[in-house]
Design a protein around this ligand. Structure first.
Ligand SMILES: NC(=O)C1=CN([C@@H]2O[C@H](COP(=O)(O)OP(=O)(O)OC[C@H]3O[C@@H](n4cnc5c(N)ncnc54)[C@H](O)[C@@H]3O)[C@@H](O)[C@H]2O)[C@@H](O)CC1
Ligand SMILES: [K+]
Length: 243
């Protein structure tokens, strides 16, 4: 399979990676170069919050984060903190009971509880929220394995039936980030904010796609033989598309 070629609006080419290749990037960044996941996640959450504010054009200006238990969910929970810091009323719907969260997602969740941000597993509030509410899809990223299971599938349907805009983190949940295949059901976003490098499966996803800088240094890409030239200019993100 020839990987899709993504370009910035100025025509700069950016290589796309499979989920395995992105895992290698993460692995070299963390294990060899010494970045911590939370450092990258902080950049992801902040960039995502900027995009949520950018699509917030009308309505009551609220946001609901739908979060899973992996790195994608952790980025969404960090985003919730950044939105609350900008006085945007935000709530969180988890895909599981809070006691079952682990790793970075549990860490981010702990901060949100100290901030008194409403967190639930019930989707009622999401269903009742206004059209102007922005939904943040941080359920599953490139870690999707197999067909979407029932609870996640319910949350995906809930996001898709909401009249508000949906911003997906990294990959629309339910899309295989390597092949672009819908594994059962998938989020239909207004916008996707993908991290560090485009994923091959993003070719053809609905909505616009932005690439966000999460602070991975050149040396990581060099060590993996990925030809990378910084596509970012004044902003920490750039719109990308396939020819
Ligand atoms: N360097 C990077 O690229 C960084 C990536 N980050 C994020 O981390 C993500 C990758 O993190 P992970 O490897 O933890 O994986 P993900 O967070 O993408 O996926 C794991 C989550 O998806 C659920 N899941 C997997 N398959 C499922 C299925 N079939 N049905 C229902 N639920 C399913 C798991 O239960 C878990 O909650 C990226 O997509 C990105 O959003 C950020 O944490 C920042 C750093
Ligand atoms: K997602």
């Amino acid at each position: 399979m020839v990987p899709p070629l993504f370009r910035t609006p100025t025509g700069q080419e950016i290589p796309a990676v499979t989920a395995d290749e992105m895992r290698d990037v993460d692995c070299v960044a963390v294990e060899t170069v010494g970045l911590q996941i939370l450092q990258m996640m902080e950049n992801a959450g902040r960039a995502l919050a900027w995009h949520v504010r950018d699509v917030h054009t009308r309505g009551d200006g609220t946001a609901v984060v739908i979060a899973g238990n992996g790195g994608n969910g952790g980025g969404g929970l960090a985003c919730a903190r950044h939105l609350a810091n900008r006085d945007i009323p935000v709530s969180v719907v988890l895909d599981r009971h809070a006691d079952e969260l682990t790793g970075a997602a549990a860490h981010q969740h702990g901060i949100l509880t100290e901030m008194d941000i409403p967190i639930q597993t019930d989707t009622q509030e999401l269903s009742n929220s206004e059209e102007g509410t922005v939904i943040i899809d941080a359920l599953i990223g490139y870690g999707l394995r197999g067909r979407v299971r029932s609870r996640a599938s319910t949350l995906i349907e809930c996001m898709n039936s909401h009249p508000g805009k949906v911003v997906s983190l990294d990959v629309p949940s339910g899309i295989d980030s390597t092949t672009g295949e819908t594994l059962g059901s998938a989020v239909d976003p207004t916008r996707t904010v993908t991290l560090a490098l485009p994923k091959t499966g993003l070719d053809g996803v609905p909505g616009t796609v932005f690439l966000a800088d999460i602070g991975i240094p050149y040396t990581v890409y060099e060590r993996l033989g990925i030809e990378y030239h910084c596509p970012f200019d004044e902003a920490d993100w750039v719109r990308i598309s396939v020819d």
